[in-house]
Design a protein around this ligand. Structure first.
Ligand code: KG4
Ligand code: ZN
Length: 336
């Protein structure tokens, strides 16, 4: 079964073909970063228009490079939410129309389920059950995963998502968009000599709060001599505080559930410091850890094709309506 996967929830047009038996056949990504960087962040209307321009040529290219035709495709998976409504509609309408034309089923995929299952694309994938930490631009979720669609929310961010905190902090430090990778690159030149809090770790529970950390960063920088070295040191202290906070909560989630496997996914899981801090923790806890390869941490079509393929194999599919939900709690997903 060949499944075409389409991702257009934010600022990346991702297309992939996944085969149920052979695995990932091909994937391509077009990033809108250059276009949005002029404005310091994602402009939703520009994002939608660019997806319209890029999506169909990218689908044609993926098929051509895979030596496949429309007739070979057995199902189409598209990101239906959460995300920007206009951007989602481009992917949903294109996927639904192609599925109708090719007379194949279409399946609406939850973007965060795509991220969650991205490590399954690797040669040695994790086995259920596991604890998953999903850290992206819009979400910070700790989830107990029993199987596909069988998710119990253990904790989430009460305000900014981890990626959002990176992006906003980077903006305040004048680093531009996209903030996460820029702040992380700057932090490599700094030493975390400033003392930063580890929010919400001094009380029980698995929720997060990152919005105070960005204010703390700005205040600390303003109180310093504001040299380039101060900026790098503040970035390093911020990154270390986020990494430690995520690590403390993951350890707590593993202890609470008794599970011995940890999966990390979403754009922020590309962060070296966070990967290192979590890896160090699991080594001590005798827990196995799984990350997607770097290019599948951030948005991509491969994770959507994979998630959609699993749901299609389980007999699920979407009706003829164009399904897009900017807000879509993971708890509403059906399991199998
Ligand atoms: O998963 P993703 O590509 O899109 C969403 O679903 O939101 O995540 C994007 C987020 C952005 O906030 C970006 O700044 C952050 O992931 N990010 C990083 C790094 N690479 C991407 N944050 C910290 N360090 C990185 N290396
Ligand atoms: Zn994402």
């Amino acid at each position: 079964m060949y499944v075409l996967g389409i991702e257009t929830s934010c600022d990346e047009t991702g297309v992939a073909v996944y085969h149920a038996g052979q695995g990932l056949i091909n994937h391509l990504l077009y990033s809108q970063i250059d276009m949005h960087s002029e404005y310091g962040g994602v402009v939703p209307e520009l994002a939608s228009r660019d997806h319209i321009r890029k999506l169909v040529p990218l689908i044609k290219q993926v098929l051509q490079e895979s030596h496949l035709n429309g007739i070979d495709i057995d199902g189409i998976a598209y990101t239906a939410g959460p995300g920007l409504m206009g951007a989602l509609l481009v992917g949903a309408a294109t996927a639904r129309s192609l599925a109708w034309t090719w007379r194949v089923p279409a399946i609406a995929v939850h973007h965060m389920e795509g991220h969650l299952l991205a490590p399954m694309l690797e040669a040695s994938p994790p086995e259920f059950p596991f604890v998953a930490l999903l850290i992206s631009g819009g979400h910070t979720l700790l989830v107990q995963v029993e199987g596909i669609g069988r998710y119990r929310l253990l904790g989430e961010s009460l305000d900014d998502a981890a990626g959002e905190a990176f992006d906003k902090t980077a903006k305040m430090l004048g680093l531009g968009y996209p903030g996460g990778p820029k702040l992380s690159a700057l932090a490599e030149h700094g030493k975390p000599q400033f003392k930063f809090p580890r929010p919400m770790t001094d009380r029980p529970g698995l929720d997060f709060s990152f919005s105070g950390l960005k204010t703390f960063t700005l205040n600390t920088f303003n109180a310093s001599e504001k040299t380039e070295q101060d900026k790098a040191d503040v970035a390093a202290a911020f990154q270390q505080a986020v990494a430690d906070t995520l690590t403390i909560k993951c350890r707590r989630a593993l202890q609470q559930t008794g599970l011995k496997t940890l999966v990390i996914a979403g754009g922020v899981s590309a962060n070296k410091q966070i990967r290192a801090s979590l890896t160090e923790m699991v080594d001590k806890e005798n827990v196995r850890i799984y990350f997607p390869r770097l290019e599948f941490c951030t948005d991509n079509g491969a994770m959507i094709a994979y998630a959609g393929c699993q749901r299609l194999l389980a007999g699920q599919q979407q009706g003829l309506d164009i399904f897009a939900r900017p807000r879509w709690p993971m708890s509403e997903l059906s399991g199998f």
